[in-house]
Design a protein around this ligand. Sequence first.
Ligand SMILES: [Zn+2]
Length: 417
Amino acid sequence: MSLNPKRTITELKELRELTSDVNGAQRVAWTPMWLRARSWFEDKLRGLPVEHHFDSAANRWVTLEGASPRTLLIGSHLDSVPNGGWLDGCLGVLTGLEVLRRFADQYHGRPPVTVRLIDWADEEGARFGRSLLGSSAFAGTHTIEADRGRVDREGVRLEDAVKNCGFDIDRFPEASRERKDAAAYIELHIEQGPVLEALNLPLGAVLGTKGVERWAVTFLGQEAHSGSTPMNARRDALAAAAKLALEIRTIAGRHADAVCTMGSVKTFPGIVTAVVGRCEATLDQRDLDSAVLAQMFREAREASERFAREEKCTVEWSKIWNIQPVPFHPALIDFCEEAVRETVGTSRSLPSGPLHDAAEVARAGVPSVMMFTQSLRGISHNKIEDTKEEHLEQAVVAFDRLAGKTAEWILRSGVNH
Ligand SMILES: [Zn+2]
């Protein structure tokens, strides 16, 4: 039973058939459909020489024990957003399964290093608004107190939904036990953006996940009558915000992979006959380099103060959320580039704008890397999410190569210690 990429595509379609409706995939974590996907996956493990169990944070661990306890981790997630696509998350899990089968076959059930496949619980945070839940428990970055009070739209509490699936939120931290002997982590995912398609490349190596600075920016001017207030007497909060909305494009434009977005603008009083006295905007800035991120934040803040002065307004900033960039491991990025090159001829590295479980694993100190496969039209979290089957097959082959290279690296570095 050697590597069979076509089987991965067949299994992805099987899962889609089982867990989607006309609006797309419905494998939202802590729901019956998610449990159905997970038990379907468990059936696929039958006959493999593996041990499997759930950790205390509902992550599933499938272990193929090797001659060395030093472990190659391969992971992704079976959960989806509501009305999601057929590839987000499950491509990584089912490709990981195929790679596990290859290791089991090639080494007659006992590879040189231990290989473990993980289906992380609740990567999407679609129901309770808390992404990377299972992997953050593994990484030890999860705080129960911050999540205990979370409720879904129906008012169901996260801790009760967790309990209904047979787990206890108070025991989530015990998932960190699974870190024992973890030597490297690799994850395959669809890009969910348009970069690889624009470059006409099926696959890419991921440099890391971008850090995020997310702020509420409020400009304060003076509400005034739109008929009686001369233009030069206005303190128009929207005018100041509008200048900032354009300036952030220049700020981001100075760095190759940086992005800045003003995603929301609310005006008050928000009527056709009044100059805007108060304008509440949001700013989301992302980059892989924390120095660039800090610089972009400073520049946006200074620009906002300048525009506020020009419009005789004031400006206030309040933090919504931030996270540091998580660069992946240089040696593993090299292996990933090699694996992609050997499979499709050329390789390109790119950062990830979205966060992934790999970021949490890397934060736990496990050398990590991701491989991306092209997303058609760059669309994801939607039923039209798609990737050419030819590219999916190449992804399985390249990811298996990455797994092989990483396993050898684990063996070599084990000897050195
Ligand atoms: Zn995903």
